[in-house]
Write a protein that binds this ligand. Structure first.
Ligand code: ZN
Length: 131
């Protein structure tokens, strides 16, 4: 296999490896650190000025999309989550994602887990096919 020449001034990119926890064993904010920085290769399914929706790289259901605010919002349980424009954008993303699915029989599940130490510290909603 011929060697690929690295472009001058650019690091050779390594394959993305998802790391869920930091060195202290805390859940990492991989949405801010990896997804929103462009480090993680994601498949976008919806985006506007406030939110991003993408296929979960490690799905737990046949259909699994994650919706996140583009700015750091620590949790659904905090005051930052009460921004009306953000909430409308989050729901619009859910509607857009659901509109692309066949909902004739089962619908979708919307999960907004929050607050636990093992939950990624960035507000995020999971849209999944029923488990
Ligand atoms: Zn964040």
């Amino acid at each position: 296999m011929p060697a690929r020449a690295a472009r001058p001034g650019r690091a050779v990119s390594e394959p993305y490896v998802h790391v869920a926890y930091d060195a202290q064993g805390r859940k990492r904010d991989w949405f801010c650190e990896d997804v929103l920085t462009g480090r993680a290769p994601i498949e976008r399914v919806f985006e506007d000025d406030l939110v991003l929706a993408f296929q979960h790289p490690r799905p737990i259901a046949a259909f699994h999309v994650v919706i996140i605010p583009k700015r750091h919002v620590p949790s659904l349980l905090g005051p930052e989550a009460l921004d009306p424009a953000l909430l409308v954008a989050m729901v619009r993303a859910v509607q857009t994602v659901a509109a692309g699915l066949d909902l004739a029989t089962a619908g979708v599940r919307l999960t907004a887990n929050a607050g636990a130490p093992a939950v990624t510290p960035h507000m995020h909603w999971h849209v999944t096919s029923p488990l």
